[in-house]
Design a protein around this ligand. Structure first.
Ligand code: SAM
Length: 239
């Protein structure tokens, strides 16, 4: 059976999260590479450790793959197949360049959480490195991930910690539905993202489809002066 959906739905909706990356995606990718060149990246380590065992048998879908660095890394780690999925055409173009110079094969497809261009029960792992919290409705995405994952398949998420979001809501005096403005990479870049609660991450829909294998609270930018966690790492397993 093919992994790709018979007729992949290319997103056409004007969604703020990928409109934003269409405009600022290249700058984000460049600054991220610069930032993590001398700062440890717990999120990346968590993902790679979770995927390592039996990776040669794994088909991995990296959703919101951005400039494609992680998709390439999973293939270089020996994954059977890696599919990078991105709604922002600018990011997809960046990913094409990254894959092109990597010497490995990664499939790149336009798509979004809301309509994953993948066949049902077709992949062994879905990864979301800072690309899941960017959407408003996490449950809709959980339904889609549950559809495409095989039984016991992994769903890995790195996201800002809800405690962090709570503080930003207070500091920026946000109302329901407002997006947060969060400076990252030493203040060189500001993302606009919706806040989320722990109840949204561990929702009833989530519990219906997934077991929690691991939940890690950490300092997203490895800042030792941060007392509360700013980052959340989740490892879910499809029931
Ligand atoms: C913060 S970037 C992270 C990119 C990459 N995973 C990384 O770690 O560098 C968020 C990515 O999510 C993508 N994105 C935005 N809305 C999305 C959606 N509805 N479905 C999937 N990805 C989305 C953006 O285009 C962007 O590439």
């Amino acid at each position: 059976m093919s992994v790709m959906h018979e007729s992949p739905k290319i997103p056409t909706e004007k969604e703020p999260a990928y409109e934003f990356y269409n405009q600022h995606g290249k700058e984000y990718a460049d600054l991220q590479r610069e930032f993590y060149s001398d700062v440890p990246d717990s999120g990346r380590r968590f993902f790679r450790e979770a995927l390592q065992e039996g990776i040669e048998h794994k088909i991995i879908a990296d959703i919101g793959c951005g400039a494609g660095d992680d998709a390439v890394a999973y293939k270089q780690m020996g994954a059977k197949q890696v599919i990078g999925i991105e709604p922002s055409l600018q990011m997809l173009e960046e990913a094409r360049k990254t894959v092109g110079t990597s010497g490995v094969e990664v499939d790149l497809v336009a798509g979004a959480w809301e309509h994953l261009p993948l066949a049902s029960e077709s992949v062994d792992a879905v990864t979301a490195r800072y690309s899941f919290h960017v959407i408003q409705n996490l449950d809709r995405a959980y339904e889609e991930v549950a559809r495409v994952l095989k039984k016991n398949g992994l769903f890995l998420i790195a996201a800002p910690h809800p405690k962090h979001d709570e503080k930003v809501i207070e500091a920026q005096n946000l109302k329901k539905g407002d997006r947060m403005r969060v400076p990252i990479f030493n203040g060189k870049f500001t993302v606009e993202i919706p806040p989320h609660t722990m109840e949204e991450y561990l929702s009833e829909t989530n519990k219906k489809y997934f077991d929690v294998d691991d939940l890690v609270e950490y300092s997203m930018h490895e800042d030792p002066t941060e007392t509360d966690p700013t980052g959340l790492l989740l490892k879910f397993r499809r029931k």
